[in-house]
Each structure stands twice: as structure tokens, then as C-alpha cells.
Design a protein around this ligand. Sequence first.
Ligand SMILES: [Cu+2]
Length: 130
Amino acid sequence: MRSATLMTMLAATLLLAACDASEETGTMPMASEDMPMEDTMSMDAEDMPMTQSGEAGRTASAEGTITAIDADAGTITIDHGAVPAVDWPAMTMAFEAGEALRSEVAVGDAVTFEFRTSDGGNEITAISER
Ligand SMILES: [Cu+2]
């Protein structure tokens, strides 16, 4: 099953602003020590229109460290910090990323990246070492 499908299921089930769909789901820090859920998730998730902007989704930037690059799946897995713009806590998750983007970075790189998140998944649109 593709991670995007899993993510949609998770999002629908948990009504979270939805992040991790990858195999690391079990390690997703629901209560991050430096960013309590009470603060990061203060917005009522059930009232949050996750499909507000349709296929375009929402875009945001974040910083993190690359933990894996999967050419077959077309993903870059990043241990990223909290992303207040989309109400995400810090976590490790896989993002879709094209070949050009994947070729610009390596596992272990500390990066700044931009991504788009929508019902269809989470896709990196720009990435660079920092
Ligand atoms: Cu995430």
C-alpha cells in the first residue's frame, strides 16, 4: 500500500493535520516534549477544512535531517521539526520527492525544505542543505 493511501486513512481516522503515513507511524511523537499537544493542536481538528484549497493543498517550509532516501518509492524521509503553519508536531516521516530533488541531498544532511500537503500526500517542492 502506498503511503499516501495510508496517510489519507490516518487523516480521516484521526482528523489530525496529518503527517506521518510511513512505517514510522508507531514512533510518531504524539506528545512532543518541546511542543505539547495542548499548544500545537489547539485548533479544533474537526473544524479544520483539510481540503479547503483542493488539490493545491497547503504549502509550508520546515527544517530537518534526512534519515532515508528511497528511489523506488520516490520519497525522502525527514526527521523534521514542528511546522506550526500546518499544525504538525516534530516527527520523522516520508515525503514524496522527485528524482531531481532526491539527487540534491544525502542521508544525514541537515536541510531546509518546502513542501505541499494535501489529501493526496505530502510532497517536497524544494530542498537545500543548511
Ligand atoms: Cu511530519
